[in-house]
Design a protein around this ligand. Structure first.
Ligand SMILES: [Cu+2]
Length: 578
């Protein structure tokens, strides 16, 4: 018996390859470059309920650590498909291990989860708040659900590898706009490593064809673009690229923006886990029937990489028929009919989503799905031009797994008055900024801040519990978000969508809502800081309690660029107390 226990312990410990000398099991397996782009498995709700068991795993491979979610049938990072009003019951088991012995095992905030002598569990995952390299949790990005434990709390909820499967259980709000949302871990200080490793998946609120009949009956595909550490970090640029000035490596070890559109990228990209590695970017393979129209639902699940998507036929950009952003149909405010907004490129910051109609190339032409370069600013990462996938057409190409209903019932208009027509109770100004830990040493680490104007910049403190902003349930507010740094940031807030009113001081008054928005970078030739003006919506009964807003470049979020908001019940209301 003793020997059995010893063996069991050894096999668990030696999952890390450092001590076994053997190859670790290929749990988070990944396709080879240039493979076909397979769709994630669809898990659909039945009779109003979707029950899912997910386990988060990690493994060392290709010089970095992969992360993935595996469901009860062995599918990796499946699509969760629910209708408004459906119940999601998701059990998350944590199987994370310390794969890199150099990694600090416990850069720990919060209460210790174990008695170090007896190993007895001491913490309730709902109250733990422990943020370590092997702890995890889930955020359901974009959903207007409560920020409470077992739903969408990321401040205290922390699941450790010794915990029993942890239950997430919530109902999709009846009025949640239909579109593409997603799930990913949100442990402060460790979000980047898990998401960069591949821990993310799509969550689809069904019914986009009910909002816009132009997509009714179309085959649909989900493409998740992730970033990852370079597979070939030491390779010289491809010979087909123009000669560029020498790129720099920033303090985080990533290639800094060189302003040319070429050169070594900060990160490699993958499409549905098919890597498209530097330096030659061998494209993954998408198959379509000639001239076929499809709805492409694209999530930028990158930890730090901006996308600027285009589809080229013979090097010419094709119209992308945009119908939704951040899970919200473009015609959401009811004024635009069945709007399809044709664009020849689509900028997508980390965390954001775009849904657009693509028409396949004619027989004899091969299309190319690419991301163009993004100027992330002198302090930003290098996001060069690169291919993602070829679009090869043939008459016998397989149909995508899922097709939208052909004759859907029209979606009811939003229950609340359009956000642009509601007077804000106040205007607040917040700003992104950065500072060197040691201002005299340019090689020292960067501190990242988001600050309410007038307060002293401070790194996010998960222990503080003191909100930076207190708002009132039932109200709306205008927030001006400035960027006082020389690189891009992407503003995101949990538990609500917002309306983009102004971009760089220019009124845009978009007819739809977002949950993530790029904020342009500051140059010292500018007279004012670049900014966006957002109308924040605190009217939904679920938008209550304490939650976070932050930059969705996860290196920045982990580095402190996050703040706390408390939405308190409206005076005289009888809604639940937080
Ligand atoms: Cu940022």
């Amino acid at each position: 018996m003793k020997q059995f226990v010893l063996l069991a312990v050894l096999s668990a410990v030696c999952f890390a390859p450092v001590c076994s000398g053997k190859e670790p099991p290929d749990i988070c397996s990944r396709p080879s470059p240039a493979s076909p782009v397979l769709e994630p498995e669809d898990l659909r709700s039945h009779d109003g309920v979707l029950k899912v068991d997910l386990t988060i795993h990690n493994q060392d491979a290709d010089g970095s650590t992969r992360y993935c979610y595996i469901d009860g049938n062995g599918n990796q990072s499946p699509n969760l498909r629910l209708k408004p009003g459906d119940l999601l019951i998701l059990h998350l088991k944590n199987d994370l291990t310390v794969t890199d012995p150099k990694q600090p095992p416990a850069h720990m905030h919060g209460a210790p989860q174990f008695n170090t002598k007896t190993r007895a569990k001491t913490a309730d995952p709902c109250l733990s708040g422990a943020m370590t390299v092997t702890s995890t949790n889930l955020h359901f990005h974009g959903l207007t659900i409560p920020s409470v434990c077992h739903q969408d709390d990321v401040l205290k909820t922390s699941i450790s590898p010794h915990d029993a499967p942890f239950e997430y259980r919530f109902r999709i709000p009846a009025g949640e706009p239909p579109g593409l949302y997603w799930y990913h871990p949100h442990i402060h200080g460790f979000s980047k490593v898990q998401v960069l490793g591949g821990a993310s998946g799509a969550l689809i609120i069904e019914g986009i064809e009910r909002a816009n009949k132009e997509v009714a009956g179309l085959p649909e595909r989900v493409f998740i673009i992730r970033d990852q550490n370079l597979l070939n970090p030491d390779a010289p640029p491809s010979k087909s690229e123009p000669v560029i000035p020498k790129f720099l490596i920033d303090r985080d070890g990533d290639a800094a923006n060189n302003g040319t559109g070429f050169g070594k990228p900060a990160k490699d990209l993958s499409i549905n886990y098919v890597p498209v590695p530097y330096p030659d970017y061998p494209p993954a393979a998408i198959k379509m029937k000639p001239n076929e129209k499809q709805l492409w639902r694209v999530l930028n699940a990158s930890a730090i990489t901006y996308l600027n998507l285009a589809v080229l036929f013979n090097k010419k950009p094709q119209p992308l028929g945009l119908v939704a952003m951040d899970g919200v149909p473009l015609n959401y405010n009811g004024t635009l009919g069945d709007l399809v907004s044709n664009q020849d490129h689509l900028g997508v910051p980390p965390g954001a989503r775009v849904e657009f109609i693509v028409q396949g190339p004619p027989l004899g032409t091969t299309g190319l799905f690419v991301t163009r370069t993004v100027d992330t600013g002198p302090g930003g990462e290098n996001d060069p031009n690169r291919a993602l996938a070829t679009i090869a057409v043939s008459n016998d190409a397989p149909e995508p797994r899922s097709t939208l209903a052909a004759s859907p019932e029209r979606l009811a208009p939003p229950a609340l008055p359009w956000l642009a027509d509601v007077a804000p109770v106040r205007t607040r100004r917040l700003y992104f900024s950065e500072k060197l830990t040691d201002p005299t040493n340019p090689a020292s680490a960067t501190e990242f801040y988001i600050t309410v104007d007038g307060k002293t910049p401070a790194l996010f403190d998960p222990q503080s519990g003191v909100p930076d902003i207190v708002a009132e349930q039932g109200t709306v507010e205008d927030w001006i978000i400035e960027n006082r740094s020389n690189e891009l940031h992407a503003f995101h807030i949990h538990q609500l969508h917002f309306l983009l009113l102004d971009y760089m001081g220019r009124a845009v008054n978009e007819p739809f809502l977002r949950d993530t928005v790029n904020v342009p970078y500051y140059k010292d030739t500018m007279l004012v800081y670049p900014s966006v003006r957002l109308r924040m919506d605190f009217r939904d009964p679920n938008t209550l309690g304490t939650f976070v807003f932050h930059c969705h470049l996860l290196e920045h979020e982990d580095g402190g660029m996050m703040g706390l908001i408390r939405v308190k019940p409206s005076a005289g209301s009888t809604s639940r107390k937080q």
